[in-house]
Design a protein around this ligand. Structure first.
Ligand SMILES: [Zn+2]
Length: 319
């Protein structure tokens, strides 16, 4: 049986993004799509007449369309400025040392995932990862189990506009799926962490399948979206776990590279540094289990990430 929490035989955790702020207008040629979306004007032909003319129809209507485009851009800039202002105010409210860095735009194509060396692989099995292959200075925050349902966490992540992913175990989440529906509405992804949080390799294939696949169905019903990721409790899995997960639409098995607590980070590597694409693990826990609150833990993660030049990005944009 495998039991991972550590890199190399590594351990990991991740957070996902809310997208409350509109995507900034991308550089050309994507700019056309943005303008088209705002004005309803058709996208310009790639090389045809009008290309290089902001995609506007020539003649009198051009001035009207130009105004529409200018108005739309101005409104967009205003919204963006408003959102940024709120985010900067939230940095003070939540006592962060520095403003969190913004993640770059998600990759156009998701990177190809392969299992971390030393982990089980096989045809048709989901890759087991602790880190996403990327050169961007992004890390992913993932929060497990679902016992503590602190409203301040939702508020903080919403106001700071931060992405994270929740991996839920039904036995602790089920008394208040409303909480996680709210997180999901805010843009947080909800993924699978089994029904009863059992150590998978101690179970038969059929029992593992029940633990994983029935939680797929429960989360799809409760949240309205079927998970694509499964994290085995304790990071413990065997080949049956991966087979069972693959049988009910699980596409990847993210473990973690670091684990975050309110008062410290447990590092997966000796250099005590975040690396591009690292998945960070933490838990929904309260002050009865931790020497701090959920916001204390988030402050620890953000201050660490920002001081090392990393932004939180949305795991599902990459995996
Ligand atoms: Zn867990």
């Amino acid at each position: 049986m495998r039991r991972y929490g550590l890199l190399g035989g590594a351990t990991i955790l991740a957070l996902a993004c809310s997208g409350a702020v509109p995507t900034p207008p991308p550089a050309e040629p994507d700019r056309w799509r943005f303008l088209g979306a705002v004005t309803g004007a058709p996208a310009p032909p790639p090389n045809g007449p009008g290309a290089g003319e902001a995609g506007l129809v020539l003649g009198a209507p051009q001035r009207a369309q130009a105004r529409t485009v200018a108005d739309a851009l101005a409104a967009y800039a205003k919204r963006l400025k408003g959102a940024e202002k709120r985010r900067i105010a939230a940095v003070k409210t939540w006592g962060l040392r520095r403003t969190p860095l913004r993640a770059p735009a998600p990759p156009a194509d998701k990177p190809k995932l392969t299992s971390e060396p030393g982990h089980t692989t096989g045809k048709g099995l989901p890759p087991v990862i602790v880190q996403v292959p990327t050169d961007e200075k992004v890390v992913f925050l993932t929060i497990d189990d679902g016992a503590e349902k602190d409203p301040e966490l939702l508020e903080m992540m919403r106001e700071l506009d931060l992405p994270y992913t929740s991996f839920l175990s039904d036995y602790v989440a089920r008394d208040d799926y409303d909480y996680f529906r709210e997180a999901h509405r805010d843009g947080s992804a909800i993924q699978n962490h089994s029904i009863n949080h059992r150590e998978m390799p101690t179970l038969s294939y059929a029992e593992q399948r029940e633990e994983i696949c029935r939680q797929q169905d429960i989360l799809e019903k409760e949240i309205g979206e079927r998970p694509t990721l499964f994290r085995p409790p304790y990071g413990a899995y065997d080949r049956d776990t991966l087979r069972a997960a693959a049988s009910c639409d699980v596409e990847a098995v993210p473990l973690w590279a670091e684990e975050a607590f309110p008062d410290r980070i447990d590092w997966g590597r000796g250099d005590h540094e975040l690396h591009p694409g690292d998945i960070i693990l933490t838990h929904f826990r309260g002050t009865d289990e931790w020497s701090g609150s959920m916001p204390d833990m988030i402050r620890r993660v953000l201050d660490t990430a920002t001081s090392q030049g990393f932004a939180l990005a949305r795991l599902e944009d990459y995996v």
